[in-house]
Design a binder for this molecule. Structure first.
Ligand SMILES: [Zn+2]
Length: 219
């Protein structure tokens, strides 16, 4: 799914929590400080804004306390973004790649990693880089997941300024939209600066952030 019904006034803010072995190595070597942007959580909590987090298993294992904080918030939903942010389609940006026959196990394992945290668990799944094809969708069918891309790409990975993110979101957002952002700090350093402006722009347009489940259901 890319978005919910275009009726009503709700939009979903979604945040991906990527984590690869390469990112873990960067953390260990001290090349980066953090892949968990706590300022985003501070802001969403302060303004009581609902959001949905697509978590990789490796991110959850690296940031258990942050995952708990997300799960403990009744306005936040938890969703699945693979275990190690690999691509299962072959070529997908510069993501590490894994054979498609490992996809189902990978996604099932990620649900097992997320599940103990409780909170608003979902069966939503997002492919890293949004890279999918018929074979990957077939492989996931037995898991009963809903694959969610999104219709508004903020472009926040590796951004060097916040204004283009605000523009990218506010120029394209409509009722039912699913906005894709990242909570990965070092790899998306402008997202927390853009977020207050995005929230203000949504308010001006009469759009209200809601959990992904409500947006997709048109509830
Ligand atoms: Zn991702």
């Amino acid at each position: 799914m890319d978005h919910g019904p275009r009726t009503g006034n709700k939009v979903a803010l979604t945040f991906d929590a990527d984590m690869t072995d390469g990112m873990l190595a960067s953390l260990r070597a001290g090349r980066v400080k953090s892949y968990a942007n706590l300022r985003i959580l501070d802001l969403l909590e302060r303004d009581e804004v609902p959001a949905t987090f697509f978590l990789t298993g490796k991110w959850v294992q690296r940031y258990p306390d942050v995952t708990r904080r997300i799960a403990d918030n009744p306005r936040f939903e938890l969703a699945n973004h693979t275990y190690g942010h690999a691509a299962f389609t072959g070529d997908c940006y510069d993501l590490p790649s894994q054979p498609v026959n490992e996809l189902r196990g990978d996604v099932a394992k990620t649900f097992e990693v997320i599940k103990p945290y409780g909170g608003r668990q979902t069966r939503y799944f997002r492919f890293p880089g949004l890279c999918h094809d018929a074979a990957t969708l077939d492989a996931l069918a037995p898991l009963g997941v809903t694959v969610v891309d999104g219709d508004v790409v903020s472009g926040d990975p590796f951004a060097t300024a916040w204004k283009p993110l605000v523009r990218a979101v506010l120029d394209h957002v409509r009722p039912g939209s699913v906005v894709i952002m990242h909570v990965t700090e070092a790899n998306a350093a402008m997202t927390d600066e853009a977020l207050p402006h995005i929230l203000a722009g949504l308010r001006e347009r009469g759009l209200v952030p809601a959990p992904l489940s409500e947006v997709l259901a048109g509830a």
